[in-house]
Design a protein around this ligand. Sequence first.
Ligand code: FE2
Ligand code: FE2
Length: 472
Amino acid sequence: MATAADYAEKIPNNVGLHEDRRLQRALESWQPNFLSWWESMGPALPTEDVYLRTAVNVGREGWAHFGHVAMKDYRWGIFLAERDRERRIAFGEHKGEPAWQQVPGEYRADLQRLIVIQGDTEPASVEQQRNLGATAPSLYDLRNLFQVNVEEGRHLWAMVYLLHAYFGREGREEAEQLLHRNSGSPDAPRILGAFNEETPDWLSFFMFTYFTDRDGKYQLGTLKESGFDPLSRTCEFMLKEEAHHMFVGTTGIDRVVQRTAQVMAERNTDDVAAHGAIPLAIVQKYLNFHYSVSLDLFGSETSTNAANYYTAGIKGRWMEERRKDDHKLTDDSIMVDALTDGEIGQTEVPALTGLNTDLRREYISDCQSGVARWNRILAGAGLPQRLALPHTAFNRRVGAFAGIEASPAGELLTSGEWNQRKDAWLPTEVDKTFVRSLMQPVHERGKIAAWIAPPRQGINGKPFGYEYVHLS
Ligand SMILES: [Fe+2]
Ligand SMILES: [Fe+2]
């Protein structure tokens, strides 16, 4: 049975918060700080209310409720997936032992670090997207933006709960820091590079939710395997919400490509800019940028930290239990990207140190499915053009290829060649200015901007023309 969420409390939860007064008080004292962060760093567009999904339970019979709510009154809560009392650790040197209900002393620092890094990305994306509401292409899209924002806020709550509940005073201090650091701040930036980039327009937003939020999905997938059961259960529930974020990115890019393809076919030209659509070449450049910075988020191709986390049982692989091997990997090896004699190539390393590469590859094949989908839209419109993922060596700032430059096709370039040609591959100021010029708000019911196709369906069975957002 699912534990029913306790809605009588200030903080909706299914973790029995009322049984632990100290923890409850700690979280209640963090809550006003969260709310003032939301007011100052969350969505800037003033709204009355928004048609939002709120997590209310974790059971199979429906975990969410839809309704119009004022965003500042959103019920950010703490939900863990149901506990499996038989759960055992699936990998590493503790494989087969019962999952931990408390933090093992020897792994305390590592677990705390992993939770802080994950926690830092959640509010960061809200900050990055703060000003997007002002240029939403429709009320439907505006609602989806806010849905992603409130849920990233809830994911921050999820990580702060773990810090408060299991990591004592240090955990509470880290929870404060999660509100203190801000995306792009010169003094106290967010931990990971991609989360300090602004999200200035909706094409960037869709690319971000497709590529960068998808990194989050994969990170959560590895933490869901953790031997530390509360972390595992937290991430399992967060992944439910992430599915909608992925949907927003995937269908957002679908709709951009669909509109572009439509104008290309109708006007028989690639130059759709004059007709208010986004040229495919610009879509490709945005894709190149967001994909390459997201690859960096997986870290170096080889990592002793990743090996140690795995062996310790605190961070597993994507779909760990479906893998057909010994789940210890001490005798296995993997080919990873590398510079070999100055050339772009691969090298063999122990499977344990290559785990970042293993995860990145899972991610890449998932990204490939998006590209295939967008290419089907182009093919369906009778167009020969195709989108593609750039080579892993392209535009990298982390890992084996950080020190070199490569084309999207994977040919090694001198820095001179790179500087000459990079404007053909990455968004230029002119491209960005053009995209921004299209970002005129459409806040009327049932209307949509000219650069994007309407969605096939609305949200939760409502029509596209539904009043998803009441502006104030
Ligand atoms: Fe999230
Ligand atoms: Fe997300």
